[in-house]
Design a protein around this ligand. Structure first.
Ligand SMILES: [Zn+2]
Length: 291
């Protein structure tokens, strides 16, 4: 079932695990990731943005979530304007990430607080970011600058009323240039100060053991996007199908994404954390790509 993201991250925080947040901007991705969540009794979060088909895709996610009977949230990722956040709510997201991480602390608090009131009024959750998670291709700089300060995180949480807070502890978006170093001491201090759900962006390529460890230290949502596409790319490369069999790349990539999603559930510790599908709805997720 489709739920406000708060329900998923609160349960994860209480249970000492995290839930992966995976890309949803194609039907193949949605079906593959939902199939994985359904098969492993895992909650899942779909990342989205306001593309032209967003509303239809969100409706599809909602229908599949009903059949799977696992808790599912749709989070508008990195929304940087007031209008975009409101449109995300209108398009059916059950959470918005209001990213003002490049603004001053005061500006971040002011804009996020306003959006928190709006989102909560319609039972939509809100995530914000404090400190700034940069880019992997600029890791030497971004990996160490603008890390989240524990005392600021606690103040930010208290002032804004957000449901989840993305923190900068050494991860970065995209593909890393260099070896990622996670500042676990900082994460431990942030968690001790806040005592509320934290979010890790830049989960791709950050090291499975690092992610698993972070998921026992207050991280409740791990954004993983690049690695999903790397998985698809690798599958297509390895398949190298001749033209008369080219159509099989859809089935193969969908399976590869589903297998990778299962791996992320295992890595974050959320497998088996929900009760699973209704028996009346068995075999509801056929492959949409008929041959
Ligand atoms: Zn991010």
């Amino acid at each position: 079932m489709l739920v406000p993201m708060k329900e998923i991250v609160d349960a994860a925080y209480a249970g000492g695990y995290a839930v992966p947040a995976l890309p949803s901007w194609s039907e193949l991705l949605i079906r593959a990731e939902m199939e994985a969540a359904d098969a492993t009794n895992s909650p899942v979060i779909f990342l989205s943005f306001n593309h032209p088909d967003a509303k239809e895709f969100h409706e599809l996610i909602g229908r599949l979530a009903e059949k799977a009977n696992v808790p599912v949230a749709i989070c508008l990722d990195h929304s940087r304007s007031f209008e975009d956040c409101v449109l995300g709510i209108k398009n059916g997201c059950t959470a918005i990430m209001a990213d003002r991480s490049e603004s001053s602390f005061e500006q971040n608090v002011a804009e996020v607080s306003e959006l928190a009131k709006i989102a909560h009024a319609v039972n939509v959750s809100i995530e914000a970011e404090l400190g700034h998670v940069g880019q992997g291709d600029n890791y030497a700089h971004d990996g160490v600058s603008m890390l989240t300060k524990p005392e600021d995180a606690k103040r930010f949480y208290d002032l804004t009323g957000v449901d989840a807070l993305a923190v900068a502890v050494g991860t970065a978006h995209g593909v890393y240039k260099g070896t990622p170093h996670i500042d676990f001491e900082r994460l431990r201090d942030i968690n001790a100060a806040c005592g509320r759900p934290l979010v890790l962006h830049g989960g791709s390529g950050s090291g499975d053991d690092n992610i698993s460890k972070a998921c026992t230290m207050g991280i409740t949502k791990v954004n993983i996007v690049t690695d999903v596409f790397v998985t698809m790319n690798k599958t297509i490369r390895e398949l190298a199908l001749p033209d008369d069999q080219a159509k099989f790349f859809l089935r193969s990539t969908q399976k590869a994404v589903s297998d990778f999603a299962k791996h992320t559930f295992e890595m974050t510790g959320c497998i088996g954390k929900v009760s699973g599908k209704n028996s009346a709805n068995e075999a509801t997720h056929g492959n949409v790509f008929h041959e």
